[in-house]
Design a binder for this molecule. Structure first.
Ligand SMILES: [Zn+2]
Length: 161
């Protein structure tokens, strides 16, 4: 397998591989050996099948991180979000390719395979999934700084009068 093909296939193969319970249909990520939903866990033993998440999702909640964890120093501020997938599992991940102030609840995102962080002098690089906007959302309303400034000035003028 060529290196390029290896890297193309790695995210699909290793990063969003979960499991699906063949008894009740619950999808779990990371994969589980026993179904978290089945009332009698034994029902699901031997019935957990590998299941590949699509990588699609929607921002359910998010936080803008200003104090980086070790190894993330070059990336602040960054957005950490809880993403609800159509398959069921919620994934935590960084939102990339968008200004932090443009991230909103409901933003449609998809997983991309990125460098997560670099470690020490040896430069061990960790890869994993991050989320980027799909671009399917309505564009945010254009900002009108001139109008806002005039309105502010008007308020100030009245206060001084
Ligand atoms: Zn189940």
């Amino acid at each position: 397998m060529s290196i390029a093909r290896f890297w193309r296939e790695t995210p699909r193969r290793y990063n969003l591989g979960g499991s699906k319970c063949l008894t009740c249909g619950t999808v779990a990520f990371p994969p589980r050996v026993v179904c978290p939903t089945c009332t009698h866990h034994r029902q699901s033993i031997g019935k957990m099948a590998p299941f590949q998440l699509s990588g699609e999702g929607e921002v359910e909640s998010f936080t803008i991180v200003h104090d980086p964890a070790e190894g993330f120093e070059m990336q602040v501020p960054y957005v950490l979000a809880l993403v609800r997938t159509p398959e069921g599992p919620r994934l935590t991940g960084q939102i990339v390719d968008v200004e932090p102030e443009s991230v909103a609840i409901g933003l449609k995102v998809h997983a991309t395979f990125r460098k997560l962080r670099e470690e020490g002098k040896a430069g061990v690089i960790h890869y994993g999934y991050k989320f980027a906007p799909t671009g399917e959302d309505e564009p945010p309303p254009p900002r009108a700084p001139a109008v806002a400034a005039r309105a502010e000035g008007a308020v100030r003028d009245r206060a001084e009068a």
